[in-house]
Design a protein around this ligand. Structure first.
Ligand code: HEC
Ligand code: HEC
Length: 327
């Protein structure tokens, strides 16, 4: 499907293909209240069995503030790196812009598969209604905020063995990265690897409760950011795999990004050690035109904190290479 992509102008076609997966029947209720998140939606009292979590590397959504909850009917099968969530798992992510709730995104695992939907809040914040599948160009409460289409949800979420991106070992580590761009303070009672193991909800998990990306503070934060913000698409499986750029972990980034030629900007490198200005990866994070912007979905505002971090990381790579050749 993607094999021949050698030009950024092909992106529209690639994403259309990624978004074009059969969405299945909607199977989701017309209002957020009916999804069960709240004991009382008008006062926004969250039901006690819906538990908060706070991934250490959040997705950049043009500065929107976020809160997340999960409902787990049974333990997760965590025996492999891609955790398998039980049927009837429900996950919510609420986005606020300028202190006002704008939308609450919702994923549910039905017996027929995962479903994606988003609910748009009314002006007085007392209820949220199911958005149309094709998304909304502008939400009335926050004119600059776009509500993604269901196809866009799938393009980011439905590429790997699990669609859940922020509830995974690295994201729930008890050793949180203080330099993660836009690091959020964990909500009170937030689930993490320690609490999930204590309640027996991570069946078969054999990893550490404190996984972390090795390296200098800058390297750790930079690779964590790329893992969360880019690795959902830039991975070894799924429709974007043919680009040959894998940002899910440090070894993959080293293999496919650092010192690797760009498919599109020859003779530029994807990441040119010591030369941020010559690195296609950074240029595309700074780009605003929709044909070049990365990520291509869900953002129209450059993430300044992240681009500064990635630039310092690329600068530092020159020193590391120097050390390696002297060894
Ligand atoms: C640009 C890619 C992107 C798009 C578009 C996107 N998401 Fe996500 N979403 C993510 C990432 C990455 C995370 C984990 C990090 C975070 O929560 O900040 C996430 C987290 C979530 C979560 C919490 C569960 C989890 O996977 O961690 C829900 C629920 C969710 N998204 C639903 C949706 C829905 C519904 C849509 C479409 C209306 C959507 N998302 C569109 C990338 C995306
Ligand atoms: C929704 C899926 C998606 C997400 C998320 C995403 N990308 Fe991409 N990316 C693509 C697609 C599709 C292409 C190939 C078409 C193109 O180049 O526009 C691509 C191409 C690229 C390329 C060009 C590779 C080359 O050989 O020159 C770079 C660099 C890149 N992405 C970086 C990033 C970075 C950095 C992030 C996160 C900040 C990111 N992408 C997030 C889908 C995505």
């Amino acid at each position: 499907m993607l094999g021949g992509v050698k030009s950024p102008t092909a992106i529209a076609a690639v994403l259309a293909a990624a978004c074009g997966n059969d969405p299945g029947p909607p199977d989701v209720p017309p209002t957020l209240g009916e999804t069960g998140l709240y004991a009382d939606v008008a006062t926004r009292t969250v039901a006690p069995e819906m538990r908060p979590f706070t991934p250490q590397y959040p997705l950049w959504s043009d500065g929107a503030a976020k809160q997340r909850w999960i409902y787990l009917p049974e333990p997760i099968d965590a025996s492999r790196a891609d955790w398998q969530f039980p049927v009837h798992t429900r996950v919510w992510k609420e986005l606020s812009v300028g202190g006002r709730r704008v939308e609450t995104r919702y994923m549910v695992r039905t017996p027929a598969g995962w479903r994606y939907a988003t609910y748009v809040w009314n002006a007085d914040g007392t209820e949220a209604a199911l958005a149309p599948r094709e998304g909304l160009a502008s939400a009335e409460v926050a004119p600059a905020h776009r509500i993604p289409s269901e196809g866009e949800c799938r393009a980011c979420h439905a590429n790997g063995a699990t669609p859940v991106l922020g509830f995974a070992a690295l994201q729930l580590s008890i050793d949180r990265d203080p330099d993660a761009p836009h690091a959020e303070r964990p909500a009170p009672g937030s689930l993490d690897l320690a609490s999930l193991l204590a309640t027996g909800e991570l069946a078969g998990y054999t990893g550490s409760i404190a996984p972390r990306i090795a390296g200098s503070p800058v390297e750790r934060a930079a690779l964590g950011y790329l893992h969360a913000n880019c690795g959902g698409c830039h991975r070894a499986d799924g429709p974007v795999a043919a680009v040959g750029l894998d940002l899910t972990d440090p070894a993959a980034a080293r293999r496919t990004a650092i010192g690797r030629p760009s498919d599109f900007g020859a003779p530029k490198l994807r990441v040119a050690p010591g030369a941020p200005a010559d690195s296609v990866l950074l240029a595309r994070m700074r780009a605003l035109d929709p044909l070049s912007r990365m990520p291509p979905l869900g953002t129209r505002v450059v993430d300044d904190a992240a681009t500064h971090l990635i630039a310092s990381w690329i600068d530092q790579l020159a020193d590391n290479q120097h050390l390696e050749t002297r060894r």
